[in-house]
Design a protein around this ligand. Structure first.
Ligand SMILES: Cc1cc2nc3c(=O)[nH]c(=O)nc-3n(C[C@H](O)[C@H](O)[C@H](O)COP(=O)(O)OP(=O)(O)OC[C@H]3O[C@@H](n4cnc5c(N)ncnc54)[C@H](O)[C@@H]3O)c2cc1C
Length: 335
């Protein structure tokens, strides 16, 4: 089977996206006769490539003019598939990857699946495994028509290394590109600034249980005191209590800190997938039957504000913020 891994060099998350594609390649039991990296870029031809954990038969560097228009990539991908047809295309886990996987499959009469964790070629079909029902179950789907266009599942933060292109076989493809006639103008809204959530040791995640913005602002102060990054469940983000780039869960970030404090979140599957890779989870909830307690290492039944203010007091009397990290760390080590 021939496969192409489709990545965008200009993406802020290129190294993480490559890691997610690597995770999928590691899982799959399918043998590939040929794997190519198709790397899109806008202005400067890339000199580095993300590390891919399988032998690449080549890299195609593809210049794309309108980086925020899926149509631009689609036209180029259709042209490329005409020149060098592939059986499988792996796209990134983000919105663009999901959109391209779906729309390219439609244009090429193939099949698509999103958030795929594993895939296997079984006779003339491709079996894919992906989470369903809010990440509570894994399901197998059988895709019957190639090309198979898959967007891979998100993975905990683990960016891959970048490697000098000169060390790899490269074939550069430059295709002519025109803006679709029906796009009269376009406006680019820049991504919000990146947070430190993905690679920090301590995270406080706040849910709907916080009740209002005023309480969340108090919790943000507590997060500052204890040296934690703040994250939010979907309602906390939708209520505009917390920035959208701090959303935790299947639709947002998957984090893996040493300690995650989940306060006032019920613990639905789509949320829990975002924190379950944390080394140690403390859950605070007034409802002793809340599902979050099933994934917590320590559960505290009570009001989140009271408990977190108490924690802040303990830390403030300790006076040394750095010592808190140390205490937390040594407690985790002894578990
Ligand atoms: C396709 C899809 C994708 C989704 N993706 C995500 C996602 O990525 N992330 C996400 O978070 N959600 C996501 N959701 C929404 C998800 O299903 C839940 O609705 C959401 O996670 C619930 O958030 P919550 O736990 O903050 O709120 P709730 O479920 O309302 O839970 C609030 C909790 O706070 C507790 N509580 C109340 N008062 C207090 C108090 N004073 N002190 C302590 N505890 C208190 C309550 O007992 C309750 O358990 C998605 C849904 C869909 C359909």
């Amino acid at each position: 089977m021939k496969a192409a891994l489709v990545l965008s060099f200009d993406s802020n998350s290129l190294q993480q996206q490559a890691h997610e594609i690597n995770a999928m390649l590691n899982h799959t039991g399918t043998q590939f006769s040929n794997v190519e990296l198709w790397l899109f870029y806008k202005d400067r031809k890339p000199e580095f490539s993300p590390e891919i954990f399988c032998p690449l038969s080549g890299i195609k560097l593809i210049q794309v003019e309108y980086v925020h228009l899926p149509e631009s990539y689609l036209d180029l991908l259709v042209a490329l598939m005409g020149q060098c047809p592939m059986d499988l295309l792996l796209f990134t886990s983000d919105g663009l990857g999901q959109e391209l996987a779906t729309r390219l499959a439609y244009r090429l009469n193939g099949s698509s699946a999103l958030k795929v964790e594993d895939c296997r070629l079984i006779r003339d079909t491709l079996e894919v495994i992906k989470p369903v029902y809010g990440n509570n179950l894994s399901a197998r789907f059988v895709l019957k028509s190639s090309p198979y266009c898959l967007s891979v599942a998100k993975q905990p933060f683990h960016p891959v290394k970048m490697i000098l292109m000169e060390l790899l076989k490269i074939k550069t493809i430059l295709l002519n590109q025109t803006q679709p006639w029906w796009v009269k103008e376009h406006l680019t809204i820049l991504d919000p600034p990146k947070t430190g959530l993905s690679n920090t040791d301590l995270v406080l995640v706040v849910g709907q249980g916080a009740g209002n913005k005023k309480t969340v602002d108090v919790l943000k102060g507590i997060a500052d005191t204890i040296g934690a990054e703040i994250g939010g469940s979907r309602p906390a983000v939708m209520n505009a209590w917390i920035d959208i780039n701090r959303l935790i869960g299947a639709s947002g970030l998957i984090i893996s800190p040493k300690l995650c404090i989940a306060a006032g979140v019920s613990g639905t599957g789509v949320f829990s997938v975002g924190i379950k890779n944390s080394r140690f989870i403390v859950a605070i909830n007034i409802d002793s039957k809340a599902p979050i307690f099933q994934i917590a290492d320590v559960g505290i039944v009570g009001d989140l504000a009271t408990i977190l203010l108490e924690l802040e007091k303990v830390i403030l009397t300790d006076k040394n913020k750095k010592q808190v990290h140390h205490i937390v760390e040594s407690r985790i080590e002894t578990q």
